[in-house]
Design a binder for this molecule. Structure first.
Ligand SMILES: [Zn+2]
Length: 349
């Protein structure tokens, strides 16, 4: 690892994946991005926490965004023995929680490891064995006495399930690839592209709790056109019917026509497909209508902002072990690069 794959820096993806940035607490991820984009253009931050990198001048004014935040949890209670109870942040399947490794940010901003504890099979009744644990039955164990726990942790500390980023053959696996793959692609694009029109790379906050940062960012920039770069669910798995699988691994970037929050304008949809075809980039159309992205908010900001979505198919999304096919990442980079370059001549705005 560390070597480049097409336009992609896997070493940087590892750093992004392993950094912690639960919705509303994106500081560490934002700092990492800031250090990577330093010197590339004008950098700003707004009061909700979105990070902006502006390069180029003149029309069209383009916004291209990816969200920095990840799903996680927030501490709600510490009990008499120092076990920590949590509230989930974002769209988890709580059944993935038992026995996972967790990572928390303590009162001083230091990282702290733990595990998600639950009652072992030896002391469960037959009835208990038949049911999945609810999040209210689970707790974090950080291996410390109550006094030590209270010294480090308080209500409001955040964290998430942790897994180390790994390069496993044709795939990478890690936490938070939704949407650190998007963040990585934006950083790599900003480094690779030389544009003579205003391009705003935006790293948004709080996508996972309701697309909250993106609306603020779109209002601030008031772009002529917006592109959102996401990770999206791949459903090419045992037990999933083809018609209910939004995307598949290995077929290239997924272009959205409709999800739960947007109907993409036929012009933008056709533009992205045309760029892919003209440049011989494999792509797939994401089946309607699964999920929602920041574009759901951006396209209804101000008097409407034409918005498109390009996503990297991701297996086991919203779990600590998300799988992305490296070649899909590479092709997504190519599609985005060519699309950005061709926006001025697209007649889209
Ligand atoms: Zn996402």
């Amino acid at each position: 690892m560390g070597e480049r794959l097409g336009g992609i820096n896997l070493h940087l993806l590892k750093k992004l994946s392993e950094e912690i940035g639960v919705s509303g607490h994106e500081d560490l991820v934002r700092n990492l991005i800031r250090s990577e984009i330093d010197g590339l253009g004008e950098i700003e931050q707004d009061s909700i926490g979105n990070l902006y990198l502006k390069v180029g001048e003149g029309h069209p004014r383009v916004m291209i965004s990816a969200h920095m935040d990840e799903i996680g949890f927030i501490v709600k209670h510490i009990d008499k023995k120092g076990f920590i109870r949590i509230e989930l942040v974002g769209g988890w399947d709580p059944r993935v929680f038992p026995s996972q490794r967790a990572i928390l940010i303590d009162k001083n901003g230091e990282k702290l490891e733990g595990v998600v504890g639950s009652k072992p099979p030896h002391i469960q009744s037959r009835k208990e064995m038949e049911k999945a644990f609810k999040i209210s039955e689970l707790f974090l164990d950080i291996g410390m006495s109550k006094e030590e726990v209270l010294e480090r942790i308080e209500i409001g500390c955040t964290g998430t399930l942790y897994s180390e980023f790994r390069d496993i053959g044709d795939f990478v696996v890690g936490k938070a690839l939704d949407d650190r793959v998007g963040v990585l692609l934006l950083i790599e694009l900003a480094k690779a592209i030389d544009v003579d029109f205003e391009t705003n790379f935006v790293f948004t906050v709080q996508e996972e709790v309701g697309l909250r940062g993106a609306g603020v960012a779109a209002y601030r920039i008031n772009p002529d056109i917006a592109l959102v770069v996401e990770a999206t669910a791949a459903g090419d798995l045992p037990g999933v019917r083809e018609e209910e699988s939004p995307t598949s691994i290995g077929l290239g970037p997924a272009i959205t026509i409709m999800d739960k929050r947007i109907i993409v304008s036929p012009e933008i949809f056709s533009f992205l497909k045309r760029v892919a075809e003209e440049n011989n980039i494999d792509y797939q159309i994401k089946k309607p209508a699964y999920g929602g992205t920041d574009a759901g908010r951006i396209h209804i900001t101000r008097s409407g902002i034409p918005s498109g979505i390009v996503s990297v198919p991701t297996r086991y999304i919203h779990s600590p072990n998300q799988l992305v096919y490296k070649k899909d990442l590479e092709r997504t980079f190519e599609l985005l690069k060519f699309s950005l370059e061709e926006i001025p001549s697209s007649g889209l705005y």
